[in-house]
Design a protein around this ligand. Structure first.
Ligand code: NAD
Length: 248
């Protein structure tokens, strides 16, 4: 299926590995010009070689609003503009209510909420001016069903989801869609750090019986960036092998 992405300019944050990498790969394979960011130049060089399609990178830490803004500005410098923005970063550290000190919350909000705000503030106005844009934020299924050992992620990303929904409704008339994708458990470095080397999908309550593949995840992101998805905005799409058991 032609997603209508040929020539669209895409900035994918934290794209050197995992779900960001899968998203960058899918967008590049579907014809977009892609710039990724990360903090480690060697990992970025390796990632763009694996993505191919003239994918480029900028070194940037998107762990707060200023980093998010800087990434969009650097990507704009490389691409000449940003039509597609994939908001992503590493996740905050694990912890429960009892084990997490109050000082940790501000840093998590910087990383998982304000970095998204910074990216959107830098990218969305010019999308509105051009009358076309796509924002897709990678959040977590913990927004729907809070994960007991990830209190920082649950707390920050719920705010992010409210922010995205509000922006989506404000800019819909300008041809800009704003959505999030809520990953369940995909086999990435983040997951082996949180759950150990070989997480058991069935024991984790994933009806599909397997962990998610970041490459499949990337295809879901690319679809939301496509022409076909122009009427989908303000949505929060779980990609979780059926793990979330609720109706909404
Ligand atoms: P990951 O740790 O496997 O990969 C993240 C990538 O982003 C790495 O390349 C890393 O170097 C880069 N990165 C991390 N922090 C960065 C920063 N501040 N600035 C720039 N680059 C940075 O993570 P992942 O599994 O791909 O997850 C991506 C996001 O999705 C995370 O926020 C994670 O918490 C969330 N998430 C992932 C899953 C999953 O199943 N993998 C599930 C729920 C939520």
């Amino acid at each position: 299926m032609d997603l209508g992405l040929t020539g669209r300019r895409a900035a994918v944050a934290a794209g050197s590995a995992g779900l960001g990498f899968g998203s960058a790969l899918a967008l590049a394979n579907d014809g977009a010009e892609v710039v990724i960011c990360g903090r480690d130049e060697a990992r970025l060089k390796d990632a763009i070689a694996r993505i191919g399609h003239s994918c480029r990178y900028v070194v940037c830490d998107v762990s707060d609003a200023e980093g998010g803004r800087e990434f969009v500005e650097l990507a704009t410098g490389v691409l000449g503009g940003v039509d597609i923005l994939v908001c992503n970063a590493g996740g905050p550290p694990p912890g429960t209510f009892a084990s997490t000190p109050i000082e940790a919350y501000a840093k998590a909000l910087d990383l998982s909420l304000l970095s998204v705000v910074g990216m959107c503030k830098a990218a969305v106005p010019s999308m509105q001016e051009r009358g076309w844009g796509r924002v897709v934020a990678i959040t977590s299924y913990g927004v729907r069903q809070p994960i007991p050992t990830l209190i920082l992620s649950n707390t920050a990303r719920t705010g992010t989801t409210g922010f995205l929904k509000t922006v989506a409704r404000e800019v819909a008339k300008d041809g800009v869609t704003v959505n999030s994708v809520q990953p369940g458990v995909h086999l990435t470095d983040r997951i082996t750090q949180v759950y150990g080397a070989n997480p058991d999908a069935s024991a984790m309550g994933i009806p599909a019986g397997v962990l998610g593949d970041p490459i499949d995840f990337g295809h879901a992101v690319a679809f939301l960036c496509s022409e076909h998805a122009r009427f989908i905005t303000g949505a929060h799409l779980p990609v979780d092998g059926g793990q979330y058991a609720g109706l909404q």
